[in-house]
Design a protein around this ligand. Structure first.
Ligand code: HEM
Length: 270
């Protein structure tokens, strides 16, 4: 893999697995489903986060890289400390999932911390004072909203395959909470964009603008499928059709997350 592709790919794996862990744990708690915690996703997110933190620190440490310099970069810089905090949250989630697999509330809270602690490791940190705190909070809301929507869908698909009444209960809980999540994530995504560009229009034809427009088209596609499921197929009890469209929705949301990581790792003015 090209070195400049490795960092975004590993960040995407870490964020994607953290979104799945958060969404599925919270959805299991909301529907009172006795599913085991998603240990594979939790372990993948932790491993990818450690790797991503090391890649970042090695890049900052430069050509004279040594173990000491990497440790220094991680412990002294703001972003380095944010990486250490995030890896700590992901490790706490992994340890608690092994020790207390049935404590879904605790695990959901730790999964929320692990996912939202990606927020200070990106553009949101590139300001000072109150603006920095607000931007980090906005990005955390974006990640949590996206995490619930994407992470709960696979569990919903499994419940739909089980047939009524489990399917009906899961579908009604999902549509209630996912609506809030989608509104929050879209509002936070737009606010994020406003902060990044200072309200100025993006340079037409720039890579950032192109990526953003593709991402918006993908999100509109996913919202359309979600709307069809909620207002057309679910009321008719067509659980198989709802499950099939939800699978396509998962693919579109994975693509949106991939484009999000691309945006987070590139400059809006280019
Ligand atoms: C109208 C809808 C949306 C808008 C306007 C939007 C906007 C953005 C922007 C501007 C960023 C870059 C933030 C930065 O550079 O710091 C971003 C990042 C991101 N977005 Fe979205 N987004 C939307 C929907 C979604 C959806 C549906 C998902 C996935 C389900 C998603 C997942 C992500 C992820 C994973 C990141 C990267 C975070 C990181 O690497 O730290 N977004 N989004």
């Amino acid at each position: 893999m090209e070195p400049d592709l490795a960092a975004p790919a590993i960040r995407l794996i870490a964020i994607g697995a953290a979104m799945f862990a958060f969404g599925s744990l919270l959805f299991a708690e909301l529907t009172k489903t006795d599913a085991p915690p998603p240990r594979a996703a939790i372990a993948i997110s932790l491993a990818a986060s450690i790797l991503a933190a090391l890649i970042w620190a090695a890049e900052v440490a430069g050509p004279l890289m040594s173990l000491q310099r990497v440790a220094h970069v991680l412990s002294v810089t703001l972003i380095g400390k944010a990486w250490l905090f995030h890896v700590g949250a992901a490790a706490a989630l992994a340890a608690c999932a092994l020790r207390w697999p049935r404590r879904r509330r605790l695990l959901s809270a730790l999964a929320a911390l692990s996912l939202s602690s990606f927020a200070p490791i990106g553009h949101a940190a590139a300001s000072d004072g109150a603006a920095q705190v607000i931007r980090i909070l906005i990005q955390a809301i974006h990640l949590l909203g996206a995490g619930f929507w994407l992470g709960a869908l696979p569990l919903l698909v499994r419940r739909l395959a089980a047939g009524a009444p489990a399917a009906e209960h899961a579908a009604s809980v999902f549509s209630r909470y996912a609506t809030v999540a989608v509104f929050a994530l879209v509002a936070a995504g737009l606010a994020n964009l406003f902060f990044l560009t200072g309200g100025r229009p993006l340079a037409p034809g720039s890579e950032y603008a192109r990526t953003l427009f593709v991402k918006l088209a993908v999100v509109i596609g996913a919202i359309t499928l979600a709307g069809l499921n909620r207002f057309w197929f679910s009321p008719q009890g067509m659980h198989r059709r709802v499950g099939a469209l939800a699978c396509v929705e998962i693919l579109l949301l994975l693509l949106a997350a991939m484009l999000g990581v691309k945006l987070a790792m590139s400059a809006p003015w280019r």
